[in-house]
Design a protein around this ligand. Sequence first.
Ligand code: FE2
Ligand code: FE2
Length: 302
Amino acid sequence: MSAPTLSKALYPKVRRIVFPFGQPVPMDKYFVDGNIPLSHLIAQMSFVFPPGEEAFIRSVRRYSHLITDPGLKKRVAGFIGQEAVHGLQHRDLNDKLVEMGYRGWELSENLGKKNEERENRMDAQWPPAQYPEKYRLARFAMLAATATAEHGTAVLAERLLSLPEAQALMTDPEVKNLLNWHAFEELEHKSVAFDVYRAVDGPEWLRVAIARVTAATIVPVLVIGSLISILGCDRGALRRPIKIAKDVVQVFKHPIMKGLRKDMKLAGRRGFHPDDIDTTPLLDKWNAELFGDNGALLDHLK
Ligand SMILES: [Fe+2]
Ligand SMILES: [Fe+2]
């Protein structure tokens, strides 16, 4: 078994935290800068995060019996803890979003549950430790998908935390706090699933294939998801087609979109490693900003 690539980082730190959404100021329906499609997009992403992050955790935990490196073991524990807390906090936000009329939460949760049941059946019938060859590729594919998703969230996180224009989009204070914290921790653990994949000798061709398909489809999937969300639950918005069209143009012209596809494609290169992109100065800056002596989120920690 090959040795894991040691990340420059960082053991991801699990922070118990809570966000008082809608207090004291109620949330606007279009809580992302008044932009209709962008608010729907963030709402749908928030619906997908908790079951998605649970799937990420399962895909990594499945290989925990093979991880011998103490540093990687510790990073895996941090990754699992962080993703579990992300799910909890996004579910809190999701309750608020459902109250505000957004739909899609149940679909995400139900799909996540079905997926989990299917995976649990597979793992119970063919425990990975005893039957490593059974469903070998399927299991590697789930881990490679997690490593790919982690690259995607790291790309978005870096943009969110480094572009003032991206910070300006987050006009709801508690959603801003949540997304900044989530983005920060995504950067802290961005290479953990990737290093587990390498440590257990996951095939590079499979990881590259999954990363390339994801990079080619992710933007259209997000756009379609946002539009379906508007069509499915927002009659008020549908009476304002010109506003929606202007908002779509605003999104595509936004600096956060510049070079996005190119950055997403980076993970599709053979030999790519998430730490090839050095985000430690950004992490240092935001660590001070959020959790330093006068950190903006100190009063949110439990
Ligand atoms: Fe997360
Ligand atoms: Fe993550």
